[in-house]
Ligand binder design. Structure first.
Ligand SMILES: NC(=O)C1=CN([C@@H]2O[C@H](COP(=O)(O)OP(=O)(O)OC[C@H]3O[C@@H](n4cnc5c(N)ncnc54)[C@H](OP(=O)(O)O)[C@@H]3O)[C@@H](O)[C@H]2O)C=CC1
Ligand SMILES: O=C1O[C@H](COP(=O)(O)O)[C@@H](O)[C@H](O)[C@H]1O
Length: 508
């Protein structure tokens, strides 16, 4: 998160998995947009790695295609792309071979000489997780001066597939690098609206006094997607919604809602407050898993007039798969601020709407003074923080409808990014890649945060794995998930909040 105007030092940015999907769709467009906005270092080189037989020219063409398709700034500007792409090179290489790291060492040394100063070196591991250990060990063998100050390593998700594997990976990384050199990505933390949670809570005096069990009745965090698993079935079938979304993104958003105010904006100070929340969440026993968690899997159906496959028919998915594509959980946070305030979270694929929304419902007024007909559409105060696609904050309050009678209606006080800030917001990866170049770890996961999140969810993982006889699929494509998810929240007297759908025809 940029807090200074100092340009990052000269940088060698290596992308392991440079020929892959993430590099083309997210990483290169993000670096290109940083370049357009003047944030890239004055001297930089991007080295893409992969086994595919490309030369520099072909590699650049593939990346240009990715920018033209996926960049928020639209098609690349020919002149700007020419300069930017002249800083991109391809290293055909196998991550398993020592030669890869020897070749990289030569490139880094050559750049040091050319630039006349030592660069920062960022190694981005945009590869399948089985390559994290071998590449980490490989880059640690690169023999350059002052490598502790210069090397940074970025690890993509998934970070482990359970607590033990996450611990093992942390142990390995920490034996090779200092924690200050390790950047574990959670792209949700780079989203503009997610970062704004901290500004909203800690730069305004208004909300802090009511941000607790005395005024808040319950909290919902809902991350629904209208797409299915698309072409990632092979990965997803070994993961599922709990590991893919709850263990990382959703728990981190929950931490931002629930954390205590940090005393400063220092990276470790903020991360300490976030991990405190994870440690305070009440642990699940067998009974809690039974009563406070729900899972689901989508069936085939129709979306915007097109027939779509059920999860079990998707490419790369076991036809008898019991992997969940939907998860909903109820948490309690055992500390003074949040005692007895339920936090409901849900996420799912192939649902009716793509929307990531936090809903904070306040307690009702202590005594009703208006006649019953005045309050027909009574709605307790609610704060709706919409992360995406709408980027907004709405405070729902009751107001008197104009007229001679006393009829009340809920109305919204709205801060909408679109209306307030005409310029398009940077993508999460732009924020996060700039942070890596600047050496700011505030929005990255520390080892203890990752482990605390896994520790919390392991009883759910284990319980779900041991109870295979489930009635999947249990929700239709284009629905709001399984009925039992509504029951999870309805038994406490609440309902899942849904954003009004603006134009259903816009759906993919
Ligand atoms: N794609 C996405 O939307 C997201 C991806 N991620 C994570 O990002 C990472 C990358 O994902 P994604 O880009 O989709 O994966 P892809 O399957 O598209 O790419 C994998 C990359 O790994 C490279 N690779 C495989 N084996 C070797 C090897 N032996 N030596 C060198 N390179 C090798 C491939 O290059 P080549 O074949 O040329 O050797 C390719 O560039 C994963 O950890 C994923 O979980 C996270 C969030 C979203
Ligand atoms: O990490 C992941 O996130 C995406 C959702 O991200 P968003 O930025 O589009 O909300 C999800 O589709 C994917 O399964 C998961 O791996």
């Amino acid at each position: 998160m940029k807090t200074t105007n100092i340009k990052p030092k000269p940088t060698v940015f290596t992308i392991f998995g440079g020929t892959g999907d993430l590099a083309a769709r997210k990483l290169i467009p993000a670096l290109y947009n940083l370049y357009l906005d003047g944030y890239m270092p004055a001297k930089f080189t991007i080295v893409g790695l992969g086994r595919t037989d490309y030369d520099n020219q072909k590699f650049r063409e593939i990346l240009l295609d990715g920018i033209n398709k996926f960049s928020r700034s639209g098609k690349a500007d020919a002149a700007k792309w020419k300069v930017f792409s002249s800083c991109i090179q391809y290293l055909q290489s196998d991550a398993k071979k020592d030669k890869t790291y020897q070749d990289l060492e030569a490139i880094i040394k050559e750049k040091d000489q050319e630039w006349g100063e030592e660069s920062n070196i960022i190694h981005y591991l945009s590869v399948a997780p089985q390559f994290f250990p071998i590449i980490s060990k490989g880059v640690a063998t690169i023999n350059i001066e002052n490598k502790e100050q210069r090397n940074r390593i970025v690890i993509e998700k998934p970070f482990g597939h359970d607590l033990d594997s996450a611990k093992e990976l942390n142990k390995l990384l920490q034996s090779l690098f200092d924690e200050t050199q390790i950047y574990r990505i959670d792209h949700y933390l780079g989203k503009e609206t997610v970062q704004n949670m901290m500004a909203f809570r800690f730069a305004n005096a208004l909300f802090e006094p009511i941000w607790n069990r005395n005024y808040i009745e319950h909290v919902q965090i809902s991350v629904t997607e209208d797409i299915g698993v698309e072409d990632r079935g092979g990965y997803y079938d070994g993961s599922g919604a709990l590991k893919d979304m709850v263990q990382n993104h959703i728990l981190q958003v929950l931490c931002l809602v629930a954390m205590e105010p940090p005393v400063s904006f220092n990276a470790d100070e903020v991360r300490n407050r976030r991990v405190d929340v994870l440690r305070a969440i009440r642990k699940f026993g067998h009974e809690e898993v039974k009563h406070n968690t729900v899972r689901g899997q989508y069936a085939s159906g129709w979306v915007a007039g097109e027939e779509v496959l059920g999860y079990r028919e998707e490419k790369g998915v076991d036809p008898n798969s019991n992997t969940e594509t939907f998860a909903a959980l109820k948490f309690f946070i055992d500390n003074w601020r949040w005692q007895n305030v339920p936090f409901y979270v849900r996420t799912g694929k192939r649902m009716h709407q793509k929307a990531s929304v936090i809903s904070i419902q306040f307690k009702d007024v202590p005594h009703p003074i208006f006649p019953i007909e005045a309050s027909e559409s009574w709605q307790q105060n609610r704060l709706i923080i919409s992360i995406q696609p709408e980027m907004s904050i709405r405070l729902q309050v009751q107001a008197k409808r104009p007229g001679l009678d006393m009829i009340l209606n809920p109305v919204d006080m709205v801060f909408n990014y679109d209306g307030t800030y005409p310029a398009e917001s940077p993508e999460a990866y732009e924020t996060l890649l700039l942070d890596v170049m600047e050496g700011d770890q505030t929005l990255f996961m520390r080892a203890d945060q990752i482990e605390a999140a896994w520790e919390l969810l392991m009883p759910v993982v284990e319980n779900w794995e041991s109870r295979k006889s489930i009635n999947f699929p249990n929700y239709a494509a284009d629905s709001w998930g399984p009925e039992i998810a509504e029951a999870l929240i309805a038994k406490d007297g609440f309902h899942w909040f849904t954003m009004p759908v603006k134009n259903k025809k816009d759906k993919k």
